[in-house]
Design a protein around this ligand. Structure first.
Ligand code: 2P0
Length: 342
């Protein structure tokens, strides 16, 4: 044990947390402040249940070194963002100690599966608890947003809205719960169409879009109407309305990004074929709609009774490598040692 008197006064210095990825139905795309991760538009998402990131954080008084392992291996690519996130937590607690961070994902960190959302929500939850910070969910969401925008939403479970906010310091750009998962337990099938890392990451894709897409002004001008329609559909459990606005907003985000210079084309042939199959199912009366993020995977959101049929149809699309499925789940939470290792 360290002789540092602050160590005794603060938290247990070790904690673990779990968070799940979220999928935006009304998308975040574009930053008005890249340093603070302030978005140009608000967004609405659903948090999943069976896919998770579990992260353990140990602060080491006397050390100034950070170590980060992901799925058992040192992970240099994300190290910079992990250190930046730890710095925010250390600043808040008034310490400079190094940290050992071990993170596990139970889902492929393939393009477009929002691993940064669950990853940074779990890191903020575990890191703040290890330092005894006792943050509210709102405070955790604000901190998570600064690490990765979409992580602000994974702090909460179920249906979540992240407000654009107006203030320059970002203190009003935070997520909140719209509806708990159990109130409207939709299901999600994720069609994996590629496991190759995407060529252009989200941060760079957003920067390029904001700077060069001729549709940027209309993206911003029309988002409020989509947010209102999605929010109302969620609160009224109106599947058809949620389907219409979600597909519209997804295609609009991709149209915006496609028109950047050079254009951002996140889909492959199988992604497009999955879109057609989902629409064909809906024409037959199956309650299902699609959404696609900054990658080639297609997410089909459906009523619980439709999940097996939706999975079977997606599995039959040439180029689909696997279909994962999930329900809607809880927000980031602390977990015990036992849960960490099971
Ligand atoms: C979303 N995406 O709303 C949108 C739709 C991808 C497409 O949030 O730079 O990884 O860390 O804030 O959060 C992906 O962006 O980007 C994302 P950063 P993030 O889910």
């Amino acid at each position: 044990m360290s002789a540092d008197p602050r160590a005794a006064a603060l938290g247990p210095l070790r904690a673990a947390a779990q968070a799940q990825p979220n999928i935006a139905l009304v998308k975040y795309w574009g930053k008005r402040d890249a340093a603070l991760n302030l978005p140009v538009v608000g967004s609405i998402s659903i948090t999943l249940d069976s896919l998770w990131t579990r992260t353990e954080v140990r602060f080491v008084p006397g050390s100034t070194l950070d170590r980060f392992s992901f799925n058992g291996r040192t992970h240099d690519v994300e190290m910079k963002r992990v250190v930046a996130c730890l710095d925010l937590l250390r600043q808040r607690a008034g310490v400079t100690w190094g940290a050992e961070v071990d993170s596990l994902n139970n889902f492929p960190t393939a393009a477009g599966l929002a691993s940064s959302a669950s990853g940074f929500a779990a890191l903020v939850c575990a890191g703040s608890q290890a330092l005894g910070l006792e943050l509210s969910e709102t405070e955790r969401s604000l901190l998570a947003r600064r690490c990765s925008g979409s992580a602000a939403r994974s702090v909460f479970g179920g249906y979540v809205e992240w407000a654009r906010g107006e203030l320059a310091d970002g203190s009003d750009s935070v997520a909140r719960l719209l509806l708990p998962a159990a109130a409207w337990p939709l299901r999600v099938a994720v069609a994996i169409t590629s496991t190759v890392a995407k060529e252009v990451g989200s941060s760079e894709g957003m920067r390029r879009t904001t700077q060069s897409s001729p549709f940027q002004a209309s993206w911003i001008a029309t988002q409020e109407a989509d947010l209102t329609m999605a929010r109302n559909a969620i609160l009224a459990h109106d599947f058809d309305a949620l389907a219409l606005v979600s597909e519209h907003n997804c295609l609009k985000m991709h149209a915006l990004a496609l028109a950047a210079q050079p254009g951002l084309l996140y889909w492959n042939g199988a992604t497009v074929e999955c879109m057609h199959r989902v629409r064909a199912l809906r024409r037959e009366g199956v309650p299902v709609f699609f959404t696609v993020d900054a990658g080639p995977q297609l997410k089909a959101v459906c009523a619980p009774q439709a999940i097996e049929q939706v999975k079977a149809v997606l599995n039959g699309v040439p180029g689909v490598l696997d279909v994962l499925d999930a329900g809607l789940g809880a927000g980031a939470r602390s977990i015990s040692n036992a849960e960490l290792t099971t």
